[in-house]
Design a binder for this molecule. Structure first.
Ligand SMILES: Cc1cc2nc3c(=O)[nH]c(=O)nc-3n(C[C@H](O)[C@H](O)[C@H](O)COP(=O)(O)O)c2cc1C
Ligand SMILES: C=C(O[C@@H]1CC(C(=O)O)=C[C@@H](OP(=O)(O)O)[C@H]1O)C(=O)O
Length: 357
């Protein structure tokens, strides 16, 4: 596979935003891993909608039910399936846009591709699906924890306002996962203003992976940065990523190169990846989210019959996607790293010999 992930640790999600349930089936988890259900619940809680005014007001508890793959608190090596039942759909809110395409959302492309569309809350294209990804990410994190690999993320930019001081600890208790307490005040004002004006904002998430060994990633077809990029851009509303210093393209070679001493690298502009392979430094990236497409302002569009119409939306929507998106980005990074670790093992004779000794 050239540009995707899921060679060994892989998952499939299912379900629609207003259907009965959403869920995930995870393959490739080794047997004998302690399954921390409390942690799974807490990860889903970090992403869940309806928690505060910075998120959609849809109220879902996102309580997971583990259906398979776990016995007496341990993984069995068989597929782990997790289901989350939808509780607060309010599908009627979407009846007036049943035949109309929302600007910026996937309604137009789904209709033209399939000729049939679950219009209730965007169906499969709704980021409700990302709850299932966070469940997969929680399982990946359970594996990574055993190896002291940690993944942290938070918001570094909202509405064009950039953080000046990055503090990952601060983000853990911020209602908007802000990486900077000063910027947080300005961001909250900007989000409140956008909500009052029935508009939305975009943002950037910064993410780091700590304690990775040197050597994860393959030289051409399965580069660590390539696969991280693919995983991140697969998240709804993500339009790009940057590996390492996002100002690097403005620097000279001398400024940008990370010099090396016998104790290690003297800087980390490369974001922990050289030639597609981890170099042992923190892997750092930025993830760019567009503004939420569903806004409460009249906009021009067409219906499925080709008539020009004015769109007026109801429903409940995030005033900014990047905030909850930061939890989804962490989950996707965890899945990529778990997969890369297992792949790395299968590509080294010394590990394979150890397993068969
Ligand atoms: C966590 C999260 C929450 C989102 N919430 C909303 C929302 O409330 N309303 C909306 O229109 N889009 C929301 N989106 C974005 C849409 O799902 C996305 O823009 C849409 O599927 C079209 O895909 P694209 O933007 O990648 O082209 C959210 C995305 C994420 C990651
Ligand atoms: C329900 C969630 O977020 C949803 C993401 C979303 C979208 O279009 O992406 C649209 C809104 O919901 P609906 O699908 O009902 O239109 C959000 O509330 C969730 O994250 O669990």
């Amino acid at each position: 596979m050239f540009n995707s992930f899921g060679e060994i640790f892989r998952f499939t999600t299912f379900g629609e935003s207003h259907g009965k349930a959403i869920g995930v089936i995870i393959d490739g988890v080794p047997a004998g891993l302690k399954f921390d259900e409390e942690f799974l619940v807490s990860e889903l809680d970090r992403r869940r909608p309806g928690k505060n005014r910075f998120a959609t007001q849809r109220k879902e508890s996102d309580t997971p039910e583990v259906l398979s793959g776990v016995f007496e608190g341990m993984t069995t090596g068989t597929p782990i399936s997790i289901v989350i039942f939808n509780k607060d759909q309010k599908s009627k809110d979407y009846s007036n846009i049943k035949d109309i395409f929302r600007p910026g959302h996937a309604d137009f492309t789904y209709w033209h591709k399939y000729g049939i569309r679950d219009y209730r809350g965007g169906g499969r294209s709704s980021a409700r699906e990302t709850a299932a990804r966070v469940a997969a990410g929680a399982v990946a994190k359970m594996i990574l924890r055993e190896l002291d690999i940690e993944i942290e993320a938070g918001v570094v930019e909202i509405g064009g306002i950039r953080a000046e001081n990055i503090d990952y600890e601060y983000a853990k208790n911020s209602p908007i996962f802000a990486l900077d307490s000063e910027a947080e005040k300005k961001w909250i004002e900007a989000i409140d203003k956008a909500r009052e004006e029935h508009n939305s904002l975009g943002g950037v998430v910064k993410l780091r992976i700590k304690n990775l060994p040197v050597g994860l990633g393959e030289p051409i077809y399965y580069k660590l940065d390539n696969i991280l990029a693919s995983a991140m851009v697969s998240i709804n509303a993500v339009k790009g990523i940057y590996i390492g210093n996002s100002e690097a393209h403005k620097l000279t070679g001398l400024e940008n190169n990370d010099e090396i001493s016998k104790d290690g690298f003297l800087s980390n502009n490369c974001g922990g990846v050289l030639g597609g392979i981890s170099n042992g430094e923190d892997v750092e990236l930025e993830v760019f989210f567009k503004p939420t497409p569903s806004i409460f302002k009249p906009q021009k569009s067409v219906d499925i019959y080709g008539n020009e119409v004015e769109v007026n939306l109801k429903g409940r929507h995030d005033p900014i996607v990047a905030v909850r998106g930061s939890v989804v980005a962490e989950a996707m990074a965890a899945c990529v790293v778990a997969d890369m670790l297992f792949l790395n093992m299968t590509r080294k004779m010394e590990y394979i010999k150890k397993i068969y000794q």
